[in-house]
Write a protein that binds this ligand. Structure first.
Ligand SMILES: C[C@H](O)[C@H](O)[C@H]1CNC2=NC(N)=NC(=O)C2=N1
Length: 102
């Protein structure tokens, strides 16, 4: 799978929550409490398994931080853009908004 440029990634639908981070992209979601973070993580896990494409996820009390890269390509690909959009959609459906990472 071909690596996308940052502009190509930003042109993908539904990735407004996401920003470049190292070789990949990342988003931080303001969950407000750990139980909500666990629910978001569970939704992310289901999406990742369905896509066979897996993010790194950090669950803390107020936030869930997600980073995505296609390990086999060493950069951001369409698989990351698609999963990023589906993670954002799942977060929004849970009433969870993204924030800029501190
Ligand atoms: C064998 C399995 O399909 C591969 O290891 C998949 C699993 N999930 C993956 N996730 C991510 N982020 N990048 C990959 O290259 C990748 N490869």
């Amino acid at each position: 799978m071909d690596i996308m440029t940052n502009d190509q990634f930003r042109a993908s639908p539904g990735v407004e929550d996401w920003h470049p981070a190292g070789d990949g992209v990342a988003a931080q979601f303001r969950t407000g409490d750990f139980a909500t973070g666990a629910r978001l993580f569970s939704a992310i896990a289901d999406l990742a398994e369905a896509a066979n494409h897996h993010p790194d996820v950090e669950v803390t009390y107020p936030h869930v931080r997600v980073s995505l890269v296609t390990h086999s390509a060493g950069g951001v690909t369409e698989a990351d853009a698609a999963l990023a959009a589906s993670i954002s959609r799942a977060a929004h459906q849970l009433g969870i908004e993204a924030e800029s990472a501190e």
